[in-house]
Design a protein around this ligand. Structure first.
Ligand code: FAD
Length: 458
C-alpha cells in the first residue's frame, strides 16, 4: 500500500466551503512538506463566504484578505468547484469514496430568532437578510426592505448590529463609492429613516461590539450618536469587570460611549441611539411593524457572570422596520452528526459521532467553534484542525477512488454546472469592469444564472 502524501500517492483532501475557514485550511495544508491534492467545494459560484457576503461594503480594507486566498487558489495542487451543494449535489458518503480526508468548513448560516410575538410581521427582518441583500447574496436578492418610515430598531449589540445601523445611517453618496449592490443603494438612497435605535439586553460593559465599530458611529457624516448618561451608570459588578487587563476593549468602549453623551443634537442629521438593559418582548402591529415593546432589565450576579433579570417595567418604541442581530448557528448537513449547540461535534477538529472520531472527517471555522471571532480567528482554528489530520495521517484509510476526474464526471452526470477558479476570475473581472463604470470597486452579480452565463461566455 502506498503511503499517503507521497508523489506515488498524494494525500487527497476535500474542503467543503470556500469561506475564510476553507481557505485557511488549504493554506495550512500546503505548508506541509507532503504531496497534497486539495479540492474545494462551494455551494455558490463565488468563493470567499462571508468576506464577500457578510463584511460591510464600507469596510473595503478587510476584504484585502481575499488576496491571500487567491494566492492559495493559485497553488498547482488546488482545484475549486463552485456551485456544488455538498449534501445535495454530492453526498458526504460519496466524498469519502474520492478523498482520504474531508474537512467541513461550511459556516453557520442560520439566524438565531428571538421567539417573540410579532417576529413574522411585515417589516421585521433578520440582520442576515438585510446584510445578504445589500451584499448581493443570491438567496436574499429579492428581499424587500421598506425604509419609508422614520424609525428603525435593531436588536443586538455585536459588530453585525453596528454594520446594519451604520448602513442605515450612511448617505447614498458615502455608500455609492463602495461595492454595495445597486439594487440596495437605490432603496437606501430613498430611505426616510431619521432615527436608528440599537438595543442590547445587557449593559454597556457587556456589549459585544468592538471599539473600532462603535467609534465609527460617532464619525458618520450625516448621523450623530445619542446615549443616555443614565445607561452608563454601572453597578459594582460591572465596575469590577472593567478592571482586568483583558477588559481593555470594554474600557475603551465605555470611554467612547461616554464621549457620545457630549454630542449636541443636530436635527438636520439622522439620530443613532444606543439603549442598554432592554429585552424585546413583543413586536406590535396589525400587518406591519408599528411598535416594539421592551422590558427594562437589571443585571445581577458576580462580575463576568452577571445575568439579566426583567424588572416588570416596560416601554414601547414606535418604528416601521425592525432587525434582529443576535447571532448565528450552523445547519445540520445530511450524513454528518450535529450538536444542539449549532456546530458539528468535534475534538480539536476531528468530527465525533457518539463520542468517537469518524475516520478522515474533520471540521473547521464557524461550524467547528461557533459563530464568533474575527476572520483571523479561523486561521488559528485551521492550524488546529490540520494538526489533528496530520497526527492521524498514518492511520488514515486511503479512499477507494483517488481521482478528481471521477468526481467531475459524477457531478457532470448530475448536470451540475461546475464553476472553476478560472470561471470565477471571469465573473470577478466582469464585476470589476461594471463597477468601474460607476466609480465602485465592483458591481456584484447577484443571480446564479447570470454568474454561470458570464463564466461560460467565450
Ligand atoms: C455580517 C457579518 C459581517 C462580518 N464582518 C466581519 C468583519 O468586518 N471583520 C471580521 O474579521 N470578521 C467579520 N465577520 C466574521 C467572519 O465573516 C467569519 O469569521 C468568517 O467568515 C467565518 O468563516 P467560515 O469559513 O467558517 O464561514 P463562511 O464565511 O460563512 O463560509 C462558509 C462557506 O461555506 C459555503 N457552504 C455552506 N453550505 C455549503 C454546502 N452545503 N456545500 C458547499 N458549500 C457550502 C458557504 O456558501 C460559504 O461560502 C462577519 C460576519 C458576519 C456574519
Amino acid at each position: 500500500m502506498s503511503i499517503l502524501g507521497t508523489d506515488q500517492r498524494p494525500l487527497r483532501v476535500a474542503i467543503v466551503g470556500a469561506g475564510p475557514a476553507g481557505f485557511y485550511v488549504a493554506e495550512v495544508l500546503f505548508k506541509h512538506d507532503l504531496n497534497i491534492k486539495v479540492d474545494m467545494f462551494e455551494k455558490l459560484p463565488a468563493p470567499f463566504g462571508l468576506v464577500r457576503y457578510g463584511v460591510a461594503p464600507d469596510h473595503e480594507k478587510i476584504k484585502n484578505v481575499i488576496k491571500i486566498y487567491e494566492k492559495t487558489a493559485s497553488h498547482p495542487q488546488f482545484s475549486f468547484f463552485g456551485h456544488v451543494n455538498v449534501g445535495v449535489d454530492i453526498s458526504v458518503l460519496e466524498l469519502r469514496r474520492f478523498y482520504d480526508a474531508t474537512i467541513f468548513c461550511y459556516g453557520a448560516e442560520l439566524d438565531k430568532h428571538l421567539g417573540i410575538e410579532g417576529e413574522g410581521l411585515k417589516g421585521s427582518h433578520t440582520a442576515t437578510e438585510f446584510v445578504g441583500w445589500y451584499n448581493g447574496h443570491p438567496r436574499f436578492r429579492d428581499q424587500v426592505f421598506d425604509l419609508q418610515c422614520e424609525a428603525a430598531v435593531v436588536v443586538g449589540q455585536g459588530n453585525v448590529a453596528m454594520d446594519v445601523a451604520r448602513i442605515l445611517c450612511s448617505t447614498a453618496d458615502e455608500l455609492s463609492k463602495t461595492d454595495i449592490c445597486q439594487h440596495a443603494l437605490d432603496v437606501l438612497a430613498k430611505s426616510r429613516i431619521k432615527e436608528v435605535h440599537v438595543y442590547g439586553r445587557r449593559g454597556p460593559v457587556q456589549a459585544a461590539f468592538t471599539p473600532l465599530e462603535i467609534r465609527e458611529m460617532g464619525q458618520l457624516s450625516n448621523a450623530y450618536p445619542v446615549v443616555d448618561p443614565k445607561d452608563l451608570e454601572l453597578n459594582q459588578a460591572s465596575l469590577l469587570e472593567l478592571e482586568g487587563a483583558a477588559d481593555a476593549v470594554r474600557k475603551k468602549n465605555l470611554e467612547i460611549l461616554r464621549s457620545f453623551t457630549n454630542v449636541p443634537p443636530n436635527s438636520s442629521r439622522r439620530k443613532f441611539v444606543l439603549h442598554f438593559k432592554r429585552s424585546p418582548v413583543q413586536i406590535i402591529g396589525k400587518n406591519q411593524v408599528e411598535k416594539v415593546k421592551f422590558e427594562i432589565n437589571e443585571l445581577t450576579g458576580e462580575p463576568h457572570q452577571q445575568s439579566v433579570k426583567g424588572t416588570g417595567q416596560f416601554e414601547d418604541i414606535e418604528c416601521g422596520v425592525f432587525f434582529t442581530s443576535i447571532g448565528y448557528a450552523g445547519v445540520p448537513m445530511q450524513g454528518l452528526p450535529f450538536s444542539p449547540k449549532g456546530i458539528v461535534p468535534n475534538d480539536h477538529g476531528r468530527i465525533l459521532a457518539d463520542g468517537k472520531a469518524i475516520q478522515g472527517s474533520y471540521v473547521s471555522g464557524w461550524i467547528q467553534h461557533g459563530a464568533s471571532g474575527v476572520i483571523g480567528t479561523n486561521k488559528i482554528v485551521a492550524e488546529e484542525t490540520v494538526g489533528s489530520l496530520m497526527k492521524d495521517l498514518a492511520q488514515l484509510a486511503p479512499c477507494e477512488a483517488p481521482s478528481t476526474e471521477e468526481v467531475v464526471k459524477l457531478l457532470k452526470s448530475r448536470s451540475i454546472e461546475l464553476i472553476t477558479f478560472i470561471d470565477w476570475k471571469k465573473i470577478d473581472a466582469y464585476e470589476i469592469m461594471i463597477g468601474l463604470r460607476c466609480g465602485k470597486p465592483r458591481e456584484k452579480i447577484t443571480r446564479v444564472s447570470q454568474m454561470i452565463f458570464i463564466a461560460r461566455d467565450p
